[in-house]
Design a binder for this molecule. Structure first.
Ligand SMILES: CC(C)(COP(=O)(O)OP(=O)(O)OC[C@H]1O[C@@H](n2cnc3c(N)ncnc32)[C@H](O)[C@@H]1OP(=O)(O)O)[C@@H](O)C(=O)NCCC(=O)NCCS
Length: 145
């Protein structure tokens, strides 16, 4: 099974877009569109999302199904993590993954995320994974940021 995220209604999408814009203004980060270098086609989004409820900054990744399995989520996430731990100076970034989302779990583990706790997000159980700045630097073969 690969339990994925669901679709938004137009109203939910409008609220989500407003929240993303607000985060860019208030915190200097948010979600980014991901485009193919070769064609400029928009194939997904990835970025950082502050959760007031948890007091945590989470990385997100969502791609158009036709482009799954090419390593794009992993590539985009590496760039987001370098930005979050580098320019933004974050100490830890989480990834909240609903149970059964195998592809997302594979991406998180490949990037060095490890389980932090069991929790619930948007009314469904999830595992909260976390990665520290130091562990990211070590996995990338760099000195701590
Ligand atoms: C999760 C998601 C972003 C991954 O995108 P992607 O570009 O395909 O990711 P990558 O290619 O970098 O890596 C995916 C890995 O998961 C593996 N995978 C994909 N589906 C899988 C499945 N059903 N079972 C096991 N492994 C799976 C792939 O084989 C790949 O691993 P590999 O490179 O070792 O073969 C994409 O599936 C997606 O957009 N899903 C819907 C949105 C979503 O669930 N977002 C995450 C919310 S937490």
């Amino acid at each position: 099974m690969n339990q994925s995220v669901g679709a938004y209604t137009n109203e939910q999408a409008a609220v989500r877009l407003r929240d993303i814009r607000q985060q860019w203004v208030q915190r200097g980060h948010g979600l980014c569109a991901v485009e193919l270098n070769s064609t400029g086609e928009a194939i997904g989004r990835s970025g950082l999302n502050w959760w007031e409820t948890f007091g945590e900054t989470e990385i997100g990744w969502t791609f158009v199904r036709a482009h799954w399995g090419n390593g794009y989520a992993t590539e985009a996430a590496r760039a987001v993590l370098a930005w979050g731990f580098g320019a933004l100076g974050l100490g830890q970034i989480t990834a909240m993954i609903h149970h059964g989302n195998t592809a997302s779990t594979t991406v998180a583990r490949r990037l060095g995320f490890t389980p932090l706790r069991e929790d619930s997000v948007l009314g469904r159980p999830c595992t909260v994974y976390a990665l520290s700045s130091d562990d990211f630097a070590a996995s990338e073969g760099r000195t701590p940021l």
